[in-house]
Design a protein around this ligand. Structure first.
Ligand SMILES: [Zn+2]
Length: 453
């Protein structure tokens, strides 16, 4: 991905640098050749040359670009499990994924870690974004997910003769776990996403207290993945699944729903980040009935929501790391709603806005293994910056409304927001391809409408 050339000054805003430190009023951020040269009080800022591009933050906020830590670029209007698999052909899903990536960037997300993708699409989407063929967050790719046979992600009965080959690699035993990871190594993923446990979505045979992989399978996956310098994460709800993942050496936990004191101790000892993804549970309870969700599933989501929120509070109180992201792409939790996760952690879970923003920026970059490059606003880092006309510390929900974004920048290039198109080549390109309208408009929704659904 290219970085900007020349100097840009962002001024007349408060600085929220992503570290969790208090906001700095009347601050300035100076960007030189795509990297931050200064971030701090305007009074101490170095002189900018007369030809510097100036961005007026209008009394708003200058903060790091957001990091979506559990991004499913290929999910699209999923209303039931089968929609994850065979609803559309791979060609169309690829286009949807590109549209979702562009939407995420417009929503202020300058980086994202995939939580799993159909058909290895995220590996190639990442390449297309890096080569600027299509706009989107800096991606970490996961490709297909791994699950034990008969587990959460293996729902098609054998008589249908559908083997889930686009979505998951189904394994029986440690050897097949190694084989699956070796395939993913060749596919070019950076993360291996697994299913140690079930979920409220499958109340009959794979609910949220069910294990879907053995410890031996998980351990084999981790050993093989780490040998090839890949990281491993997993869908961990049941307490024993969380402990298995920590013992096996997982690099992060998705959900970490039902933590007990022993699991928390193990988590803290390893400093393993957890990505709870709780707005999804809330949205499932609130809007599930509209989509015909059964009461058993809704009850499961309620239990998961309460367990997950309590675990997140335990981790926060104990000084552990929480990343924010969350399964957007379901019919009741669509792409474009990403920042609702941040609001949820403030308004429901009880994080302060500063800590929720840190989770959505600095911790996200740490999870991606790229904290030295972005995630906070500090001299030397890439200028991945979000300039907001508003104060998210007073009302966190301003981050949900992209009409309030003055600039979304990657490497100092303005990619979205009101200033896109004002004075940059990238902005002109953005205008030419037609940024979608309003806070909730979605190019993927237009694509889906064209496909008749
Ligand atoms: Zn997910």
């Amino acid at each position: 991905m290219k970085t900007a050339t020349g100097t840009t000054v962002i001024e007349r805003g408060q600085l929220v640098d992503g570290t969790g430190a208090s906001a700095v009023p009347d601050s300035a951020v100076l960007i030189r050749d795509g990297r931050i040269a200064y971030a701090g009080p305007a009074a101490c800022a170095p002189q900018a040359p007369p030809d510097a591009v100036r961005i007026d933050a209008r009394g708003g906020t200058i903060m790091p670009g957001l990091v979506e830590a559990h991004f499913h670029p290929t999910y699209f209007d999923v209303a039931e499990l089968v929609d994850l698999d065979i609803k559309y052909p791979v060609e169309f899903v690829t286009l949807l994924a590109a549209a979702n990536a562009r939407l995420a960037l417009e929503c202020g997300y300058t980086a994202a870690r995939s939580g799993g993708s159909l058909f290895n699409i995220d590996v190639w989407l990442k390449k297309a974004i890096e080569e600027e063929l299509t706009p989107g967050p800096r991606l970490a790719a996961s490709g297909r997910e791994i699950c034990g046979a008969g587990g959460l992600m293996d729902w098609n009965p054998d008589f249908r003769k559908i083997g889930m080959e686009g979505l998951v690699l189904l394994i029986n035993g440690a050897d097949e776990g190694r084989r699956a990871v070796r395939k993913l190594v060749k596919d070019g993923v950076e993360w291996v996403k697994t299913y140690p446990t079930g979920d409220a979505a499958a109340p009959d045979t794979n609910d949220h207290h069910t294990l879907c992989m053995t410890f031996e399978e998980m351990h084999a996956v981790v050993a093989e993945a780490h040998n090839h310098r890949l990281k491993v994460t997993g869908h961990c709800r049941a307490t024993e699944g969380i402990k298995n993942a920590l013992r096996a050496g997982y690099d992060t936990l998705e959900h970490g729903t039902f933590m007990d004191a022993e699991a928390l101790d193990m988590l803290l000892a390893r400093d393993t980040p957890v990505i709870p993804a709780l707005q999804f549970e809330y949205a499932s309870i609130e809007r599930g009935p509209e989509f015909g969700m059964s009461q058993a599933v809704i009850d499961g989501h309620q239990e998961t929501l309460e367990g997950g929120a309590e675990s997140a509070r335990m981790i926060l109180r104990a000084g552990g790391r929480v990343g924010l992201g969350g399964d957007y792409g379901f019919a009741w939790n669509p792409h474009g709603d990403y920042a609702k996760e941040i609001s949820f952690f403030v308004n429901y879970v009880g994080f302060t806005p500063l800590l929720a923003i840190r989770a959505a920026t600095k911790t996200g970059a740490e999870i991606m293994g790229r904290a030295a490059e972005f995630g906070t606003l500090a001299a030397g880092k890439l200028a991945d910056v979000l300039v907001v006309d508003g104060d998210p510390l007073a009302d966190i929900r301003v981050l949900e409304d992209r009409s309030r974004f003055i600039a979304v920048m990657q490497g100092g290039v303005i990619k979205a927001g009101r200033r896109a198109g004002a004075d940059t080549e990238a902005g002109a390109r953005e205008r030419a391809v037609g940024a979608s309208d309003g806070p909730n408009g979605s190019p993927a929704a237009d694509l889906r409408a064209a496909a008749g659904r």
